[in-house]
Ligand binder design. Sequence first.
Ligand SMILES: *Cc1c(COP(=O)(O)O)cnc(C)c1O
Ligand code: SF4
Length: 354
Amino acid sequence: MSADPAPVHRRTLRTPADLVSAGLAAPADVPALAAVAGRYAVAVPPALADLIDRSRPDDPIARQVVPSAAELEETAEDRSDPIGDESYSPVAGVVHRYPDRVLLKPLLVCPVYCRFCFRRERVGHADGTLSEAEMDRALAYVAGATAVREVILTGGDPLMLPAGRIAVLTEKLCRLPHVEVVRWHSRLPVAAPERVDAALARALRPPEDSEVGVWVAVHANHPRELSPATRKALRVLAASGLALVSQTVLLKGVNDDPQVLEALFRALVRNGVKPYYLHHPDLARGTAHFRLSLAEGRAIVAALRGRLTGIAQPTYVLDIPGGAGKVPVGPEYWDEDAGIVRDWTGRGHRYPPE
Ligand SMILES: *Cc1c(COP(=O)(O)O)cnc(C)c1O
Ligand code: SF4
């Protein structure tokens, strides 16, 4: 006779008591965690709970998803709306900062609530889901904004919508004559890979007679997030003809190490995902413990140059606080005044050559 397997949590952990019973928090932490949960949404789905090494107090997966008392600490530079979404929102659910691209946020629900999220004071509210009338108004805005060539679905996690609603949205967006690209930003392949099935992949495909390109930008921060289930989810999406890129947030204590980033970016490329952006951490409230300086970030990124294939190198970007947009902040190789360009080993060469 074999013993019963240890009890496994197959549902998403949402309360401090859930975290204690899953062995992810100590009973003594409950009061502080309840205070955190009162301010910021909590959700640790089974796929991520399973990846946590409970013997490591500094486990990089736990650090991203399990709430901590450090979130109660606020600094003078913290902001409620770090990248200024609100000042660029013409109608509910739309953020329009650049002439050619527009964000559409159909809901504010996510499969996991990341402890460093830049929208942490907005996400987690069911009332953030656009009503049918609001969605019609948002789509009417996009239809009227004829300079827009790309619609970026974000949230929340837009792939939390039922496949039927995703299919309708894909169809409507692909029918707009000025839209060339539809991009979905999602953490679902990492946080709930079991939900990435053939029906979802089909719903994301453009109509047969459409030439719109559909891209999925997957949020992944650590090589261990590319579990067998996640890799399978990525293959399902790629097999459906979707183009895949990734976004990574540079986070102290999670991936602020060239070796960790190298392993992550190599795993992404192996699985058909082009690393797109490495984001410098935003000034979201209660996230100071995740931040590092731009100089530290640059040193990490510089260490990847020369050691990692070019297709695995993302652009290191800062979203300028207040809403001015994203700019590359990676290492510079050309010193114009000195007329010197540095190679990946740091050696200088005259350019233009004499
Ligand atoms: C990040 C962002 C985009 C997309 O920017 P890309 O550089 O094209 O990835 C578009 N609109 C807003 C408001 C954004 O914050
Ligand atoms: S999945 Fe994205 S939007 Fe949702 S909590 Fe994480 S970072 Fe924020």
